[in-house]
Write a protein that binds this ligand. Structure first.
Ligand code: AMP
Length: 393
């Protein structure tokens, strides 16, 4: 089935056109700076060069029209698109699984938008535009929170007054669910009956872990929002929640400033003082920069600590899988996290760890107590497979 996957942000729109049977990607790209000066579309076709088209994109509707035009110009008959999958950041309590777009399900995306205002409103607008422009193509909502919705109550509930959490729908929702679901699927394909309890480690500029027991999510590290849990590129991850009150009361910061500080100015960027990108920090640490080394040491420590939290959710684990930008590419980071876990028998093979490949692979030694894998994630394929399942029949 030919599926167009759309990942819309407030000023951007990523797209990928793929075939669910072969997994082959015909084209992909990104519309950037929508509604801002200097907008452009970056586009890439199978086996082709990347191109950049500077074009006015005053709104998301113009951006989507451009995407269809570019695909047509590239020789792909857009009439052959059989479904559109939309990544939605926050599904709230309405999307324990992916759902076909109707007036009702689209309304739900907007109803839960206060939980993720920077994303959900734009995503809902884009879904509406697709329905209007291409009424014959079905649309599917794939929420990033779905996979985590059925974790046990002891894992999702917050110890705050019940009337408050009920009224404001406060709970652990998690994120990266589509990626964790894909990582489980690929791990299972590779290991078969050898995997039951997996700690899935999605380590990119955003980072989260998921405890997956026989395909069911048992806990995850992100919370009400994607700020919780691990140290990330620019996000601080878990800290004492009273820090927020202290910054406001004693530091004189506004709530919005604290929000920006914790989401955009913290994490690896704040610790290293130079960059949120692990490549720059690695180079800094090699030069002997103590702040960069501390950024890495803290990343290893927090990640291994939270891996243990995930293990507790399953009363043990047999496999862990590294994925996303850092997890797939940085042998240094993988080795650092594994070293923290050496005390409990995690051993990775340095040679296997150094291999670069797009294929899922085992990097632990034969005598490691826990199997360690690298599993390149593919959220777009996972979204497209949901579209096929819901619309294909
Ligand atoms: P993601 O959000 O999954 O796209 O991951 C982006 C992050 O992955 C970047 O900010 C880098 O920190 C990291 N990354 C990407 N490529 C590499 C690489 N070749 N080596 C080390 N880290 C990388």
């Amino acid at each position: 089935m030919n599926v167009l996957v759309i990942n819309a942000g407030s000023s951007s729109l990523k797209y990928q056109l793929l075939d669910t049977t072969s997994g082959e990607v015909f084209a992909k790209g990104n519309c950037e700076r929508i509604g801002i000066d200097g907008s452009f579309v970056g586009h890439e076709e199978r086996g082709g060069e990347k191109s950049k088209l500077e074009v006015a994109l005053p709104d998301h509707k113009t951006a989507i029209k451009h995407v269809f035009e570019i695909l047509d110009q590239a020789g792909f008959d857009t009439d052959k698109i059989e479904g559109i999958g939309h990544r939605v950041v926050q599904g709230g309590w309405y999307f324990p699984e992916s759902k076909v777009v109707t007036d009702e399900t689209l309304g739900w995306v907007r109803e839960v938008a206060p939980l993720a205002p920077l994303h959900n409103y734009a995503e809902a607008d884009v879904i509406e535009i697709c329905r209007e422009l291409f009424p014959s193509i079905g649309n599917v909502i794939v929420a990033d929170t779905s996979f985590h919705y059925n974790i046990p109550e002891k894992a999702w509930r917050y110890a705050l007054p019940r009337d408050v959490v009920d009224k404001l729908h406060i709970r652990k929702y998690g994120a990266h669910g589509t990626s964790h679901r894909y990582i489980w699927r690929k791990t299972k394909e590779l290991l078969g009956d050898d995997v039951h309890k997996l700690v899935s480690c999605h380590l990119g500029s955003g980072a989260s872990l998921s405890a997956i027991e026989d395909g069911h999510d048992m806990d995850t590290t992100m919370g009400l929002t994607p700020l919780d849990g691990l140290i990330m590129g620019t996000r601080c991850g878990s800290i004492d929640p009273a820090t927020v009150c202290y910054l406001v009361r004693e530091g004189g910061y506004t709530i919005d400033e604290v929000d920006t500080m914790m989401n955009k100015q913290s994490g690896l960027l704040a610790l290293s003082g130079i960059s949120s990108d692990s490549r720059d920090i690695e180079a800094g640490a090699e030069r002997g920069d103590a702040n960069c080394q501390m950024a890495f040491d803290m990343f290893y420590y927090r990640t291994s600590q939270l891996i243990m939290e995930m293990a507790q959710a399953m009363h043990g684990f047999d496999t862990m899988a590294f994925s996303a930008g850092i997890g797939e590419n940085s042998d240094v980071m993988r080795a650092g996290v594994a070293k923290e876990l050496e005390w409990m028998g995690v051993k990775i093979d340095p040679e296997k760890n150094k291999v670069r490949s797009d294929e899922p692979r085992v990097i632990s030694t034969d005598d490691s107590k826990i199997r360690v894998l690298v599993v390149p994630t593919n959220e777009e394929l996972m979204i497209a497979l949901d579209v096929e399942e819901l619309l294909g029949k």
